[in-house]
Design a protein around this ligand. Structure first.
Ligand code: DAH
Length: 349
């Protein structure tokens, strides 16, 4: 009898395909009403002479069934673990569409891009302090005291005003710093922050960014300036951009010009009688920055002989560059640094 019970239990356990099935047959072969349990309960009814031997045989049968159960359970658990390991595996090489959580600011990225463009041409990136000597921000750039340009630029003076330190109103003082430090020839580009006493409105901010460019060498002409600006514009706005120079006046350049970009929305059509264009105000061109041939007074201020060297310079607003390029209506959007803007611009690619 007991041998049959053991055999029946073995068959049942072996036939259980998984742990649930094994648990289901456990009761029948090892539970309170299983044949071995019943056999054990009946031992008390046997005559004492037979009881010891019967008890031993029941115990052996129980131990065999339990061992068979444990063995099958161990097998099924191992099979389950192997299955889970396989089913829940993660392929770390799969591509993901998850975006990085942070992003650098568009102004940072555009400054890096500009630096790359000029470094690729052999220029250096130069820097100057934001709290700048009034002399470098104005005098050395041929803006004498009491010249209206000092007021026009809404200068912020640091206390005490007699110390002659301003929050630089432009990156142009880096021209003089670079020449004083490096001498000529000199090819530098200087992106940075500038300050003016302007209220924040749609297109103005008291803090904004410019990039200054300066090339001083023997025999440089307006043609070199033109070519450099053309290359710069293409790197920033794409190969189909068109630029033009329009006469203007700046104290530190002579002659001076304004650099315009052909409107990338109407391509000039609005100015030639086409539909009105909001981007260029139907002018056909959008102002980008100022430029010109370095004034001899600036070269002299920096100890460079204007008879031996000539140079050209240019300066653009970076917020304006970004706003134009990406149709950003409010300068505020650039000031606030919302990471969604950077991601939307896709500059970080
Ligand atoms: N510094 C000028 C400004 O802030 C921009 C500028 C004009 C820079 C002409 C230049 C230049 O280097 O040649 O309005």
């Amino acid at each position: 009898m007991l041998d049959q019970d053991v055999a029946a239990a073995r068959t049942a356990f072996a036939g259980a395909a998984d742990l649930d099935a094994l648990a289901a047959v456990h009761v029948a072969h090892l539970g309170n009403r299983s044949p071995v349990a019943l056999a054990r309960r009946e031992l008390g009814a046997l005559p004492p002479a037979a009881r010891a031997d019967a008890g031993r045989r029941v115990n052996v049968a129980l131990a065999e069934i339990t061992a068979a159960y444990d063995e099958r359970r161990a097998e099924l658990e191992a099979a389950r673990d192997a299955h889970v390991l396989h089913a829940e595996r993660v392929d770390g090489t799969l591509p993901t569409d998850r975006r990085p959580r942070g992003a650098r600011h568009p102004l940072t990225l555009v400054q890096e891009r500009i630096a790359d463009v000029f470094v690729a041409m052999g220029w250096e990136v130069a820097e100057g302090p934001e709290a700048e000597a009034e002399w470098l921000n104005f005098d050395a750039l041929n803006v004498p005291s009491h010249h209206p340009a000092r007021e026009e630029q809404d200068t912020l003076w640091l206390d005490p005003p007699s110390a002659g330190v301003v929050l630089r109103t432009q990156t142009s003082p880096v021209q003089v710093r670079s020449l004083l430090e490096r001498g000529a020839p000199c090819y530098v580009v200087a992106p940075g922050r500038v300050y003016r006493n302007d209220p924040l409105d749609a297109t103005h901010s008291p803090v904004f960014h410019q990039v200054e460019g300066l090339a001083v060498d023997r025999g440089l002409t307006m043609g070199d300036l033109r070519g450099t600006l053309e290359l710069f514009a293409r790197a920033m706005f794409g190969d189909d951009v068109r630029t033009r120079l329009r006469p203007d006046h700046f104290p530190f350049t002579e002659p001076s010009a304004e650099v315009d970009l052909l409107c990338w929305v109407c391509h000039g059509a609005s100015a030639a009688g086409g539909d009105p264009c909001r981007t260029c105000g139907s002018e056909g061109w959008v102002e980008w920055g100022g430029c010109g041939m370095v004034h001899p007074v600036v070269l002299t201020s920096a100890g460079i002989d204007p008879l031996e060297f000539t140079g050209y310079a240019f300066g653009m607003g970076l917020e304006r560059t970004l706003m134009s390029r990406h149709n950003i209506a409010e300068i505020r959007d650039l000031v606030e640094g919302d990471v969604r803007l950077t991601l939307a611009l896709g500059l970080e690619a």
